[in-house]
Design a protein. Structure first.
Length: 204
C-alpha cells in the first residue's frame, strides 16, 4: 500500500502517535531560499497533514505547489505557463530554445512544468530572449518567429527600452546621433558682409 492510499489517522514521525490527519491551515508562513536569497512567503488556505497530538505538520504536494508559486511571485520570476506561452508565441520548440541558450532540453521542460525554478540571471535572459529579435538572432535563431498578438510579452518595458538617455544595442533602431547646435553668434555674417561672408563690393 502506497503512502497516498494509507488510511487516516496515520502514525506521526515525531511523536510516533497515530494521530495524523488531513486539515487546512488558515495561513502558512515560511522562509524559503532561492538563488542565494531568502524570501518570506505567506500563503492562505494551505492543505497539510497535521498531528493532533504534537502539532507536527507535513506538507502535501498541493501545499508545495502553492509555496513554489508564492516564491516565484516574491522573486519576480516567470511562471511555468508564462515561459511556455512566450515560447509558443515565437513558434519555437523546447529544443530550439535549449540549443540557443546552451542548456539542455530537459531543463526547459522542467521550467515549463514547474519541476525546476530558474535562477534570476537566467530569468532575465529568458525575458530578453523572448522580447528582442536581435538577441534571438545572436543566439542562432534565424527563422522568422511568429508574433501572436493575443499573448503579451513578459519582459518589463524598462528592460526593453533601457535607462533614459541610453542606447540599447539590442534595438533595431540606430544609435542616437548627437544634435548639432546652431550658434547665432558664430553663424551670423560679419559686419559689412553679405550673408555668405563675402565683401558686398565683390558680391555684386
Amino acid at each position: 500500500m502506497s503512502a497516498a492510499t494509507r488510511p487516516f489517522p496515520r502514525k506521526c514521525a515525531t511523536c510516533r502517535e497515530r494521530t495524523v490527519s488531513p486539515t487546512v491551515l488558515p495561513t502558512y508562513a515560511a522562509e524559503l531560499e532561492h538563488d542565494g536569497r531568502a524570501y518570506q512567503v505567506t500563503i492562505p488556505e494551505v492543505p497539510v497533514l497535521q498531528c493532533s497530538h504534537c502539532g507536527a505538520i507535513v506538507l502535501v504536494d498541493a501545499a508545495e505547489q502553492l509555496l513554489s508559486a508564492a516564491l516565484r511571485h516574491q522573486a519576480g520570476l516567470l511562471t511555468p505557463s508564462q515561459i511556455r506561452q512566450d515560447r509558443e508565441r515565437l513558434g519555437l520548440t523546447q529544443k530550439e530554445i535549449a540549443t540557443a541558450l546552451r542548456i539542455s532540453e530537459s531543463t526547459v521542460s522542467r521550467w515549463e512544468t514547474g519541476a525546476q525554478m530558474q535562477q534570476r540571471s537566467m530569468d532575465l535572459l529568458l525575458r530578453a530572449f523572448f522580447e528582442l529579435e536581435p538577441l534571438r538572432h545572436y543566439c542562432g535563431i534565424r527563422k522568422p518567429t511568429l508574433q501572436r498578438p493575443d499573448v503579451i510579452p513578459s519582459i518589463p518595458q524598462a528592460v526593453s527600452a533601457g535607462p533614459a538617455g541610453t542606447w540599447n544595442p539590442f534595438h533595431e533602431t540606430a544609435a542616437p546621433q548627437p544634435m548639432r547646435q546652431s550658434n547665432p553668434i558664430l553663424n551670423s555674417p560679419a559686419p559689412g558682409t553679405v550673408p555668405d561672408g563675402r565683401d558686398p563690393k565683390l558680391a555684386s
